[in-house]
Design a protein around this ligand. Structure first.
Ligand SMILES: Nc1ncnc2c1ncn2[C@@H]1O[C@H](COP(=O)(O)OP(=O)(O)OP(=O)(O)O)[C@@H](O)[C@H]1O
Length: 311
């Protein structure tokens, strides 16, 4: 049984007021399967439809067409069963009011009828020392840690994290990654949206890239590298930029992209093309002062897929 299954999901929002009559199609006929036990990164540019998808998974909004199953339950008819087994870290909703962080966690434990120790959760998300402060005094990062503690209550089978790194400093981001891995090792499926590609690359088993309400890629990051044709990135520092040599580099078989920034040339290519790229620039009139090669990053793949270059 997949953890998440969307079939033919379309979502149209109606417009009120001045724009009444015009509607926005946020998702077009989306099919998506998230396997049980995987860490799944959900990516897309602003307005791609990520939050809409998450709202549909949680039954906060209904799809215009299509069916949605979460942990084997139809979210339209069995939303209570879904909520009992899902932990959610929403985007843009922090804790409010005079209650302390600990009280929020205690409330969530009670609401889920769970047996967690609030102190353990507070400790785990790195909130020791501030659990007894009223949440109105929390910084953005502390509020985010608290929301994560609440999401973890009851050992959920599925964690849905919407932009989990919002407001977190590097230590907080590391804690988040550690917790995602620990939860996954415990057996939970983790579905998370993010704009922070390093975070996704560090933990995700597979990723989906959504663009304009449609999936443009779903796979492991390695497989996306292969299918985009750019497995490597070669970065070359030159003393000057020789225009004709750049044209020769572009025409090398296996080169899928080339960018210049000052005297730095960055070439996306497959592994076979690395040596000819370096040799071509090395043999040009300009001096090569530095060369680095690396695997194509998820950020570069994201750019490729969301510009429709790869297919
Ligand atoms: N309640 C709403 N009413 C009307 N249009 C909406 C509503 N919510 C979202 N939209 C539209 O649906 C599209 C998808 O928005 P959504 O918020 O799902 O994207 P997103 O991928 O989460 O973006 P971001 O990365 O900026 O958070 C956008 O065109 C947005 O303007």
């Amino acid at each position: 049984m997949p953890a998440i299954e969307l079939r033919g999901v379309t979502k149209r929002y109606g417009r009120a007021g001045l724009f009444r009559g015009r509607s926005v199609t946020a998702l077009h006929d989306l099919d998506l399967t998230v396997r049980n036990g995987e860490i799944f990164g959900f990516l897309g540019p602003n307005g791609a439809g990520k939050s809409t998808t998450i709202d549909i998974l949680l039954d906060y909004t209904a799809p215009t067409e299509g069916s949605v199953r979460v942990l084997g339950h139809d979210v339209a008819t069995e939303s209570t069963a879904v909520r009992e087994r899902v932990g959610v870290l929403p985007d843009g909703y922090g804790p409010i009011g005079e209650r302390t962080g600990r009280e929020h966690v205690e409330f969530a434990i009670e609401a889920k009828d769970a047996a967690d120790d609030p102190d353990d959760l507070i400790e785990r998300v790195g909130m020791r020392g501030v659990g007894d402060y009223p949440v109105e005094q929390y910084s953005k990062g502390m509020a985010q840690r608290l929301m994560l503690a609440v999401a973890l209550v009851g050992n959920p089978d599925l964690l849905i994290l919407d932009e989990p790194s919002t407001g977190l400093d590097p230590n907080g981001a590391r804690t988040m990654r550690r917790i995602v891995r620990e939860e996954n090792e415990r057996g939970a499926t983790v579905f998370f949206s993010s704009h922070i590609m390093e975070q996704v690359e560090a933990v995700a088993d597979r990723v989906a890239i959504l663009d304009g309400g449609e999936l443009v890629a779903v796979d492991t990051i390695d497989a996306l590298r292969e299918s985009s044709g750019s497995t490597a990135t070669v970065t070359i520092e030159l003393s000057t930029i020789p225009g004709d040599a750049l044209d020769r580099v572009r025409s090398i078989e296996g080169v899928t992209g080339l960018r210049t920034d000052g005297t730095t040339v960055t070439v996306a290519c497959d592994d076979r093309a690395k040596a000819p790229v370096i040799a071509t620039l090395h043999g040009s009139v300009a001096d090569v002062t530095d060369v680095t090669t690396s695997e194509t990053s998820l950020e570069e793949l994201f750019e490729t897929y969301t510009r429709g270059v790869a297919q």
